[in-house]
Write a protein that binds this ligand. Structure first.
Ligand code: GDD
Ligand code: MN
Length: 417
C-alpha cells in the first residue's frame, strides 16, 4: 500500500453527526483549505468498477468550472471489493481527492455526514458513486447556490427530469413512498419535487450546528428537516441506469424510510421544540415511561402465573425475583427497539445488545435500591403517608433509571464492534 502521507486516508470523525461552522475566518490564509468552495462527498459501497471513472469525470468537470476550489471526498464503508484502495491509489494524480475508509460505522446517510464533517468548503454536496447521477448537472446546481439558493437539488420530477427505464412497480413504489412522506411529514416533503434525491448541494451555514440523526438512505429529508434552509432551487436530471455493480437497496430501506419519517416528524414537531429548548429528550422520557408502565403488567402477570395457589404456587420471593427479571427483559426489549432506537440501530450485533442489556440490568437494580431508600427517607422524615412517599420514590427511581440508562446503556458515542 502507498505510505506517502499525502495519499493517506482521512481520519473518521466520531461522536455526534454534527457539521461545524465554517472553520476559516482568515481570508488571506489560503494554505489550510479556506479557498475551497465546494466539498463534494461521494459515498461508495462496492463500487470498485465505478470509482475510477467517476473521479475522472468529476475532476475534469470541476477543474473547468472551479479549478482548485473544490474537493472530492470519497467515503467508503470498507467495501470488500476494496473500493477505498482503488480510490486511494488515485490520490497522487488527483490532488483534490480525499478518501475515507469507515470500518466502525455503516450506512449511506451517516457516510455522507461523516464526509461533510471533514469537508473544508462553504458548500457541501453529495452525488452517488455509481454514475446514475449525471455529473453535468453539478454546474447547474452550483450556479443555483451562487445565485442565492441555500439548497440546490437535482430532481427527477421537474422539466428535464425523469428515470430511464424503470418498471411500473419501481415507479409506483417510488411515488408511493413520496405520497406517504407527504402525509407524515408535509412540512419537509412538500418543499421539494423529489425528496428522494441523493444528489444535491447545500450551504454549510444552513446545516451547521444541527445534529443530524438519519436512518437509512434519505439524507435530504434530514437536511431540510433539521437544517435552516430558506431558498430551495431544483434542476432536472434523468436517473441513469447502472452499468457496473448493483444497487444496495433492499426492502429494509423501505422500513427505514418510514422510521425516518416518523422520527423526523416527532423531533421537528412541538415536542421536539420543547426538548431542544430545555435540552432534555422529552419524547424519549415519555416512551421510557410508557415502557416502564408495560413492565408493571408483565411483572404482575408473571407473579400471578408463578405464585398463585391456583397456578404454580411457587413461594412469593422466588416468584417475584423471576417476575421482576422478566419485566426488566420486557422493558429492555421495548426500550432497545423503540425508546432508544436511534442509538441501538447504530450499534447492531448481539455482543453490543448483550452489553446494553447487562448495563440496563445493573442500572435498574440500583434504581430499585434508590426506590427503597427514597421511600424510607420520605416516609420517616418528610411525609408520613406511605402512598405519597411511594409515588415520590417511584418518580425519583424512574428519573434515575432513565437518565443513567440514557448516558450509559444507550450512549451515542459508542460505535460498532
Ligand atoms: N458509504 C456507503 N455506505 N455508501 C453506500 C452505502 C453504505 O452503506 N449504501 C449505498 N452506498 C452508495 C452506493 O455505492 C452508491 O454510490 C450510492 O450510495 C447510492 O446507492 P445505490 O444502492 O446505488 O442507490 P440507488 O441507485 O437505489 O439510488 C437511490 O438512492 C440514491 C441515494 O439517496 C435513489 O433514490 C437516488 O435518487 C438517490 O440519489
Ligand atoms: Mn445507484
Amino acid at each position: 500500500m502507498n505510505t506517502n502521507p499525502s495519499s493517506s486516508l482521512l481520519t473518521v470523525p466520531t461522536g455526534a453527526l454534527k457539521i461545524s461552522e465554517y472553520p476559516y475566518s482568515d481570508i488571506n490564509d489560503a494554505t489550510q483549505g479556506n479557498h475551497i468552495l465546494l466539498s463534494l462527498v461521494i459515498p461508495t459501497y462496492k463500487e470498485r468498477d465505478n470509482v475510477e471513472k467517476i473521479v475522472t469525470i468529476l475532476s475534469g468537470l470541476l477543474d473547468d468550472a472551479i479549478p482548485d476550489r473544490y474537493e472530492l471526498i470519497i467515503v467508503d464503508d470498507d467495501s470488500p471489493d476494496l473500493t477505498w484502495q482503488v480510490a486511494q491509489s488515485m490520490i497522487p494524480d488527483y490532488p483534490q481527492l480525499r478518501v475515507m475508509r469507515r470500518q466502525e460505522e455503516r450506512g449511506l446517510s451517516s457516510a455522507v455526514i461523516r464526509g461533510w464533517q471533514v469537508a473544508r468548503g462553504r458548500v457541501l454536496g453529495v452525488i452517488d458513486g455509481d454514475l446514475q447521477h449525471p455529473p453535468e448537472v453539478l454546474t447547474q446546481l452550483l450556479h443555483k447556490i451562487e445565485n442565492g439558493a441555500d439548497l440546490a437539488l437535482a430532481s427527477r420530477h421537474v422539466e428535464g427530469g425523469g428515470v430511464s427505464s424503470w418498471s411500473v412497480v419501481r415507479r409506483f413504489l417510488s411515488r408511493g413512498a413520496q405520497v406517504l412522506g407527504l402525509i407524515i411529514l408535509p412540512s419537509v416533503l412538500g418543499r421539494v419535487t423529489d425528496p428522494m434525491s441523493g444528489y444535491f448541494m447545500v450551504r454549510r451555514s444552513a446545516i451547521a450546528g444541527a445534529t443530524m440523526n438519519p436512518v437509512g438512505y434519505k439524507i435530504l429529508l434530514e437536511v431540510i428537516g433539521r437544517g435552516n434552509v430558506r431558498e430551495i432551487a431544483e434542476a432536472g436530471y434523468v436517473f441513469r441506469e447502472r452499468t457496473e455493480g448493483e444497487s444496495k437497496v433492499t426492502w429494509k430501506q423501505y422500513i427505514e424510510y418510514i422510521q425516518h419519517l416518523i422520527r423526523l416528524r416527532v423531533s421537528t414537531g412541538k415536542l421536539g421544540k420543547i426538548s431542544r429548548k430545555i435540552d432534555f429528550p422529552v419524547g424519549k422520557f415519555i416512551r421510557f415511561g410508557v415502557v416502564g408502565f408495560s413492565g408493571v403488567f408483565v411483572d404482575m402477570a408473571v407473579l400471578y402465573l408463578l405464585s398463585d395457589p391456583t397456578t404454580l404456587g411457587i413461594p412469593l420471593t422466588r416468584s417475584k425475583i423471576v417476575a421482576g427479571e422478566v419485566a426488566i427483559l420486557n422493558n429492555f426489549l421495548w426500550n432497545d427497539a423503540w425508546t432508544f432506537a436511534d442509538v441501538s440501530m447504530q450499534q447492531k450485533g448481539w455482543k453490543q445488545r448483550m452489553k446494553r442489556f447487562l448495563k440496563f440490568n445493573v442500572v435498574c437494580l440500583a434504581g430499585l435500591i434508590i426506590n427503597v431508600l427514597v421511600l424510607n427517607i420520605v416516609y420517616n422524615f418528610l411525609i408520613r403517608n406511605q402512598y405519597i412517599a411511594n409515588l415520590i420514590a417511584i418518580a425519583v427511581a424512574t428519573i434515575w433509571n432513565f437518565w443513567v440508562n440514557l448516558k450509559l446503556s444507550w450512549r451515542v458515542t459508542d460505535v460498532n464492534k
